[in-house]
Design a protein around this ligand. Sequence first.
Ligand SMILES: [Ca+2]
Length: 513
Amino acid sequence: MNPRAAMDRSAGANRPTLAIAMVAALGLGACSYRNEVIANGAAFDTPQACGALATAVALPPHTRILAAVFETATPTRPAHCRIDGDIDARVGVDGQPYATRAYYGQPQRYAYFQGCSEGGREALLMSQRYPEHYDGIIAGDPTLHLPLGPLAGIHTTQLFAGLAKRLGKSLPDGQPAIGQSFSDGDLLLVRNAVLKACDALDGLSDGIVDNLPACTAPRVHVQLLTAQCPGAKGDSCLTADQIQTLETEYAGAVDSKGRQLYSDWPWDPGMGGVSATDKSYSQAWRSWWLGSPSATANNAIKLSFVSAISVLYTSAPKVPVADSDALPFSLAYDFDTDPAKIYGTSAPGVTPGYTPSSASMYFTEATDLSPFKRRGGKLMVYHGGADSSVSLNDTLRWYEGVARQMGGSAQDFARMYVVPGMNHCRGGPATDSFDMLPQLVQWVEAGTAPDSVLAKASNPGYFNVGARSRPLCPRTRSGRATRARATSMTRPASAANNRRDRRALCGSRWCWR
Ligand SMILES: [Ca+2]
């Protein structure tokens, strides 16, 4: 945040009645200030009063006015006093109460934090390292082992670049065409194999695998083999090499001795999908590992993290690599020796020394959330089953660790929701549209713990229906699956179906818990 702020003080502005301050990583760079705040209740809707502000002395700490200019009313704005100056230079959570009081004219009563991906990591970080700052926190698809996700991306790149080479797929620049190692149709074949293996395990053949713990690699393998080409590769089958490469990556990044470097990935069928509405293929899953099948240059998102691996996540840092170096860097990455640099610090004798490792800085894997719980904090975590950026399994293992640490269950203050089919934070053949904040507020302020969270499919075309909704349920214990209703939901949605969906409650036979 730039401590020099342009503060806009609107005379005659309505007093906000909002009692809740929703602040996420608030910056103070462009705050709008009400005139009562820094002028002891005086109004400054006249040129004289505004001008007097330039020499005002009764200001909050760390605040300085450099210029105050009266601006007359316009059709869209009342007369107001525009101020340039320095405001409290504190940032983020530290400056938040200050900014909230200044803006709303009353002390903050509750503070909430919500974020996904890196924002989800920051959300967990708040509950672990700054438990006193937020009353309620929502963490989505958190990159809780941040440097390891990009490391897993390099593993993916090596695997699928190798596959592309063996398939004879290359780009105009000579690089292996990673995006062509699986066509959209190929990923649909994989999705269909996973659905055949696992859709009904939750008791409901609905295009969603709710019982992910039961959807094991061996079970999926049997169905993938039924999609294997008997001869040459065709549009309706997969090569043995494709199947083996995909299975290798789903098992997670390992070194040459098979030691696990990053989590495995759940066999959620959200890696592919085609919309019955416009025949478009889902791209969100492949965008991280493979990139576009029609791109003329490799564009998998994981490749874009290579420079971060080399600089931010490595001690001592290397010279930043250019985009064009991302693939060569990835292919040369040694999984036996390079991952240690994530845990390394600056070399002895290096001045100035730098003792925190990348892992110690970025990991947000603490399981003792006692301080957050003691202060009454409430945490809701969600994660997409088909997230190809950050593995759901990694987050589930962390949550199970929290539950163990907190006496066997964390349900009284921290709840975890799996969103089957959802890709990184959104998208995919999933009920990926939901809002947890109202229930979090109820939990914090009224003590009403959330149970199910209603979620809707933002693209129901992936299910060949007009609309789809279902409850997301809090996970209560490892591996336990409840039988879902044994009625089909694959028929087109009707008003009756939607009413039925909304009635469904967690704790019934619907949900994986
Ligand atoms: Ca199902």
